[in-house]
Design a protein around this ligand. Sequence first.
Ligand code: SF4
Length: 466
Amino acid sequence: MAERKPVIITPEQLEEQRQYMQEILCLPQRPKSYFVVTYGCQMNAHDSEILAGMLRDMDMTEAPDREQADFVIFNTCCVRDNAERRALGNVTWLKEVRKRNPNLIIAVCGCMIQQPGMAEKILKQYRFIDLAFGTSNLYKLPELLCRTLNSDRAVVVVEDEDTIAEDLPVKRLRNDAAYITIMYGCDNFCSYCIVPYVRGRERSREMEAILAEAQQLKDSGVKEIMLLGQNVNSYGKGLEGHVTFAELLRKLDKMGIPRIRFMTSHPKDLSDELIEVMGKSKHILPQFHLPVQAGNDEILRQMNRRYTREQYLNRVRTLRAAVPGIGLTTDIIVGFPGETEEQFQDTMSLVKEVGYDSAFTFIYSPRTGTKAAAMENQIPEDVATDRIQRLIALQDECQKQAMGRFVGMEEEVLVEGLSRRSNTAVSGKGRHGVSITLPGSEADIGQIVRVRVTEIKNNTLMAERI
Ligand code: SF4
């Protein structure tokens, strides 16, 4: 793998973007409202908060929906085939809205655009798109929008750079909980995954910048932070000195933010040091998302995951010993090329053995440009569908059993909103990452409430206030 140095965006480059913001404010044809449509993971959701922050600073207001906006940005994802198809379907639908609002500006950004030749292809097939830009150009939105407003041709900018931009404006979705991206990209090249090709090489933000952002969030009353990265466990690679994720967590724990979570982890990088920090910390929540992907060693090897089933199970045992009752969740792919029924049964037995609180299960979908897409023995759809159904049924059973440990237990819930089933109940996540419903009202939203879990109803924990 060729070494690539991250490109740090300088304060001068950011100042240049602020000047574009000023220029846009003077343009009579500038859009007055915006809407950002987000696909994919939390990292994309946080990128959308940054897009919204820049648009707010250009004096635009958020429209109630995409049909009423003057400027619509689709922040796309290409990790799974259906997210890509959904994004393109929705972009096409906006063509009709353009007939009613000829001044509508349509932009597409995110990792789908970062695939080689994709931006040009999209613009050829979807001629009504005005602007397309890749993930590394996010910070340039003011400049790109300015160019779009001054041009009658589509603007396309996709650079193959691994950028890090600090101090961008952010319009956060919630006041009580916030995302902090601590690293970008990925170096792992799992054979089925497109991320390293579209999000670039792994690069970490300086620890001081992350701590300063966390402190600012704490001062503004945020009760929970979620640290984001494709593989947070390898945070620090490439930074000067011995900088590790465990060290970052240790420092954040001392800061006193009530709840700290993180996502996503790679089992091969889950160090004893990190587990020890989790075991001793006060504020790092007892939950861990540890994607296993498969339970068979040969499939794991073909996936280029670089751990065995036994090594994975060893990490699970060590985590459980250090953090008793920890909430474990995972990602699993079924129907990977060449997967036999016997190999699939190894995944089933691993799921039983671990007893996850929840699992995101997927049928393997080939992504152009990845190693697995070129493998022979792609699994027929009906076989993969049958396997995922059996896996989901098993996970449902295991989940019910795993949930049982919470009944009678005290928990703390960060209330996210009114319950969908009743307006005298609210729901949110407990410290272990499981959804809990409790009696309450709108006034509880954003508060941490102590509860005792009383029963399990439809896979949800029900609780009473203490
Ligand atoms: S660790 Fe593997 S699955 Fe995760 S983003 Fe990197 S390449 Fe993709």
